[in-house]
Design a protein around this ligand. Structure first.
Ligand SMILES: [Zn+2]
Ligand SMILES: [Zn+2]
Length: 285
């Protein structure tokens, strides 16, 4: 599509309508799952996460109407410069399903290191918004600061396109990561057991990633393949997650405060309180 035909307002409205319909369908599926898991406590559970859910939906709306259309606009410019050239080696040697699997595994490997970078001093103030949900649900996947959305999109997709994966495989990686991402953020008490839990990321594994407990900071970075965390020594799943969730220091939860967080110099200093294991001379009580 030529860039001059791109109407960003029309695109925003279309995305908003499609996402609202799609989110309503997903909400029904995850509500049924919650009823199966929580049984007679399901209403209490819905009540306890209602405020955080509104915050998640607010950030989701901002990202759908502003961030994603801008990202699509940039992507179209990249396409004009033939940034993406499929590797002949991949298409000559592997079938389409194998290329898709490799793209998803490699995509999770790239996202593992990108996520570790988001837990560094420089990117933590925007990534902290994702971690600030104290009542994690499937909609926590939508709680990202626009800066975090853009940086993760650029890093993940640039790496895959540079390696030479076809655009279809890159899109497949994004879709699988996105939908599995909803599932691992759901409040489901599942670890997948000692063997499979080290192969695939379970909801319990990702809940531990969001734990306030200092011992769990900088653990469990992957979205799909737990084995990547296991190989690099960042895997930790001591059973179902019984820790409080959220950021370990006092983090303002108002929408404007969250949006302003990466622009506050103090947010970069607070990183020390979140990740004492990565900093020296820092005493955290
Ligand atoms: Zn994180
Ligand atoms: Zn998460």
């Amino acid at each position: 599509m030529p860039t001059q035909d791109f109407n960003i307002i029309e695109m925003s409205l279309r995305l908003l309508y499609t996402s609202a319909t799609h989110t309503a369908q997903l909400a029904i599926a995850f509500m049924l799952l919650a009823i199966l898991i929580k049984k007679d406590k399901v209403l209490d559970s819905f009540k306890s996460c209602s405020i955080e859910t509104l915050r998640n939906l607010a950030l989701m709306t901002i990202n759908i109407t502003l961030t994603i259309p801008l990202v699509l606009l940039v992507s179209m410019h990249l396409e004009e410069y033939k940034f993406s050239q499929s590797s002949e080696f991949l298409t000559d040697h592997f079938s389409v399903p194998v290329i898709f699997f490799i793209a998803i595994f490699f995509g999770d490997f790239v996202a593992y290191w990108r996520h570790r970078l988001e837990h560094s001093r420089f990117l933590w103030p925007s990534h902290a918004v994702h971690h600030s949900d104290t009542q994690m649900t499937w909609l926590t996947l939508e709680r990202f600061h626009p800066i975090n959305r853009v940086t993760s999109y650029i890093m993940d997709n640039t790496a895959l396109l540079l390696v030479g994966f076809p655009a279809e495989a890159v899109i497949a990686n994004n879709l699988v990561r996105h939908y599995y991402g909803y599932f691992i953020h759901a409040d489901a008490p599942w670890t997948y057991g000692k063997f499979w839990g080290k192969i695939f990321v379970s909801p319990a594994m990702h809940q531990w990633h969001h734990a306030k407990a200092h011992s769990m900071h900088n653990k469990n970075f992957t979205t799909i393949f737990a084995c990547i965390d296991y190989v690099f020594g960042t895997y930790s799943v001591p059973g179902n997650c019984d820790s409080k969730l959220g950021v370990s220091y006092n983090f303002k939860l108002g929408l404007l405060d969250q949006l302003a967080n990466p622009f506050k110099p103090s947010a970069y200093k607070k990183y020390d309180k979140q990740s004492p294991s990565l900093t020296s001379n820092t005493k955290v009580t």
